[in-house]
Structures are given as C-alpha cells and as structure tokens.
Design a protein around this ligand. Structure first.
Ligand code: GFB
Length: 310
C-alpha cells in the first residue's frame, strides 16, 4: 500500500486528482490536504502534516494561480506566495528521503524565445515572458529546490510541467481566470443579456495548447505506478494547439452565443506560442484522452449546473 499526500486539493488540479483517485485508492491511503488543515505559508504547519502522514508519494499541486491579467497585476503576490508554498513543502520533505515528490509547474517556466514545440532541455536557456515571469520564477525555484533534494538527499523527484489546463471546478470569473473559464463566464453572460458583440483580450492571434485537467490527473496516477520513470523534468500536453480566436469561435458555438467577436488590443497577448514537446512522457506510454471540443462541452455543462450566481 502506498500513502499519497496531495497539497492543493481545493484547486483545479487537486479536485481533479480527488475525482480521479477516489475509485483507485482506498480513502486511508490518501490524504487530500487543503488550507482547512494546513497553512502552507507556515513551515511548522506544513512540516507537521508531512511528518504525521509520512507519505510515500507527495503531490505538490498547491499554488496561487490565475490568468494573464492576475499574473501581470499581482506580480509580487504571485512570486511571494508561490515561493513560500513551495519552499515550505520541499524543505519539510528533507527528513523524508523515501518520499517520491511529484512537483507541479507550468509551461510558462520556459523562455519566451524557446523553440516550439518546447523541449525539457529549453529550461533556463533564455529570458521569461514578462506577463508571468514572477510566477514562472517561483516555479523555477521550486524545480531547483526539488532537484537539490534529489542530488543532496536522494529523493525521487518528478517535476511535471503541464500545458494550459482547463476543466470543471476552475475559477470562472471576469478578470482573474485563465482564458477558458474567463470566456465561458463572460460569453454565457453576454448570451443571457442578448449582447450583440463580445470582446476577447488581445489580438486573438496567440496560440495555446489546452489540456483537460483530468488527463493530467490520470498522468499523475500513471507516474505514481511507474517506478521506472526517473525523469526529473517532464512536459505534459496534448500536442494540439489553437489560436485564441479559434478557441473563442469554438466556445461561441458551444455556448450558442450569436454575437460578433471583437478584440480588446489594450489587453496583453502574453506569449505568442507555447506548445510543449511531450514526446518524453508519451514515449513511456501515457497519452491524453479528452479532445478539446468534448472537454469544452463538458466544462460548459459543469459551469451551467454549478455557477453560484444563476
Ligand atoms: O489563459 P491566459 O490568461 O494565460 O490567456 P496565459 C491566454 C490568452 O488568452 C492570452 C487571451 O493571449 C489572453 O490575452 N484572452 C482572451 C484571455 N480573452 C481572455 C479573457 O477573457 N481572459 C483571459 N484570461 N485571457 C498563463 C500564465 O498565461 O498561463 C500563468 O499567466 C500560467 O502563469 C498559465 O502559466 C498556464 O496562457 O497567457
């Protein structure tokens, strides 16, 4: 029996892990930690939770996250909070050399000018994209620290870098969301109000690779079971990309919004393209299973059933 500890269980990724793992692991094998039981800004509390549970596998899915606008605006908080969370978790692991650490990051850790599709070897080869450089810097520090634990103390570490994620239980709001929940929230409202047009941020030209979060959760389960995979840095994505304009047209159809799409070019575009090269994880036998159209439809269904202000 493996004991699994998940930090960040109330986030998009954590909740997906919870949904996916509930049919696979016994409840006494797994502890889904949230801010209710552990304040990750406190080293003492974080260490206490890890010391008490003695996990064989620790999944670090805890983070302050947000879309391009939130990242660009709350720059200090994104850096400070993510540094604190990651340092507290990883420092608390020092005494637990047998714990396998699955440390989640993001595709924004790669340099702005990295060749696409972006290989793991592009890490630290150039400057970061400015709208999310504080978040990326915190995640890079987390990778460096996890790798240091591996080299110095022998922990098994996989730093897993997902592409842009989406799915149910995301943060659906006007300004702070990532693009998919943001557009679902606002376009649904525009439809309800019979608006004639809908403005998306930026030029619509940036390209993004979107993956349903349940595909990530299944990959994490795959990495827990496969003890032979020793990669310290692993990209994970679908390999398919769309422009933001194409995404907005797909959502327009799913939401049945009849208005016209226009562009607010005062809002930032961010990275023009960040398609991950996920051939390494695919070479071990993992593959995504949810295509974008199906995933968006399911996510919109979830939103309609669960939104709090309907
Ligand atoms: O998802 P998103 O906020 O994050 O934006 P990033 C993706 C693209 O969608 C950008 C455009 O080009 C946005 O300008 N966009 C269009 C919109 N309309 C909207 C809208 O209504 N809301 C939002 N949010 N975007 C994030 C990073 O970057 O990606 C994080 O800031 C993290 O650190 C995450 O790494 C995966 O893909 O640009």
């Amino acid at each position: 029996m493996k004991k699994i500890l998940v930090f960040g269980s109330n986030g998009l990724v954590g909740k997906s892990i919870k949904r996916t793992f509930k049919d696979i692991y016994n409840p006494d094998e797994i502890f889904f930690s949230t801010r209710e039981d552990t304040n990750l800004f406190s080293y003492e509390q974080t260490k206490k939770t890890i010391d008490k549970f003695q996990p064989d596998v620790l999944i670090n899915a805890a983070a302050k996250v947000g879309g391009i606008y939130a990242n660009n605006l709350q720059r200090s908080e994104f850096l400070i909070e993510n540094l604190k969370i990651n340092i507290n978790i990883l420092e608390s692991c020092i005494d637990h050399k047998e714990t396998k650490i699955i440390n989640l990051g993001s595709s924004c850790i790669y340099p702005l000018n990295a060749d696409n599709p972006i290989k793991e070897s592009s890490i630290m080869t150039g400057i970061l994209e400015p709208t999310n450089s504080p978040y990326a810097m915190a995640k890079l520090t987390s990778i460096e620290l996890a790798n240091s634990l591996n080299i110095q103390y022998g922990h098994e570490v996989i730093n897993l870098m997902p592409t842009n994620l989406y799915g149910p239980e995301d943060n659906f709001s006007e300004m702070d969301s990532h693009v998919i929940p943001g557009l679902i929230y606002k376009m649904h409202k525009a439809k309800e109000n019979n608006e004639e047009s809908f403005q998306i941020w930026g030029t619509g030209k940036p390209r993004r690779e979107f993956m349903h979060v349940d595909d990530l959760a299944m990959a994490i389960q795959f990495l827990i079971e496969r003890n032979d995979i020793k990669e310290s840095l692993l990209n994970i994505g679908t390999g398919d990309e769309v422009t933001i304009s194409e995404l907005s047209l797909l959502l327009k159809k799913i939401i049945s919004f009849d208005g016209e799409i226009t562009f607010d070019t005062n809002m930032p575009n961010g990275n023009p393209r960040k398609l991950l090269d996920s051939s390494l994880i695919k070479s071990f036998g993992w593959k995504p299973s949810i295509n974008l159209k199906d995933g968006l439809e399911k996510t919109y269904e979830w939103f309609k059933k669960n939104r709090i202000d309907n």
